[in-house]
Design a protein. Structure first.
Length: 237
């Protein structure tokens, strides 16, 4: 007899989360919270024209259940990074207690590595200025080492790394850098979600996760991060 095995929470970590997009359709976040998940990243936009058609519904539902949340943008290296930053900022409003916005960057799209670095840096800086908090970089293990490894310009950004299979723990092979979140499977499950969902862990305590959020909601010592003031404004319609 064969059983359909699905992944559950990774042992050895106290803070667990999920990330969702239209593939999960409507998510019942009340059930997600009951299942022990503390945070969620929700897909908002892609490129400069696409908005995830379940974003508004899931964003509202996550907010109502007070799960720690943020939104991510799927980056297309061939598309103007100024237009992509503006598109994301038009559709995502972050509040006190939300995690930083996320740059999901995992495809080359035929663009050189140097161009990808330049365009990603533009998006990150624009979004940092817009929201007043440093974005998170999401990418997979091989893309990180091809594009971001040992690059001082990207050292300041938290890393959310995707590494599946038999990986015991991701190793960024960079003495200056540790990952903050680890997406360890795309075949997980949670109450309140039909079908597979990505599962993640946070490298730290729930108080550490709260310190990463936009200040003003949680009773923790806020991180003091300098935000540059000389960057172009994005997000106006």
């Amino acid at each position: 007899m064969f059983f359909n095995l699905t992944f559950r929470k990774r042992p050895g970590y106290s803070v667990h989360g999920i990330d969702v997009s239209h593939y999960q359709k409507s998510v019942d976040f009340k059930e997600v919270v009951k299942d022990g998940f503390s945070f969620v990243f929700i897909k908002a936009t892609e490129g400069k024209h696409l908005k995830d058609h379940h974003f508004d519904e899931n964003w509202k539902s996550a907010h109502e259940e007070e799960i720690i949340k943020s939104a991510y943008h799927f980056f297309r290296p061939k598309i103007d990074p100024y237009a992509q930053a503006n598109w994301f900022a038009q559709h995502v409003k972050l509040d006190k207690g939300d995690l930083p916005p996320v740059l999901d960057i995992e495809t080359f799209d035929g663009v050189s590595i140097q161009t990808i670095r330049e365009n990603a840096s533009i998006w990150l800086n624009l979004i940092e200025k817009k929201y007043g908090i440093r974005p998170i970089i999401y990418t997979n293990y091989s893309f990180y080492h091809d594009v971001f490894y040992n690059r001082k310009a990207f050292d300041k950004y938290p890393i959310w790394i995707a590494a599946y299979g038999k990986v015991f723990k991701p190793n960024l092979q960079d003495e200056r850098k540790e990952w903050s979140m680890w997406q360890y499977t795309d075949k997980g499950n949670s109450r309140g979600i039909d079908g597979d969902v990505d599962l993640n862990v946070f490298y730290g305590t729930i108080e550490d996760l709260q310190r990463m959020c936009i200040p003003g909601k949680y009773n923790v010592n806020d991180l003091k991060i300098h935000i540059p003031k000389s960057l172009p404004k994005v997000g106006s319609r």
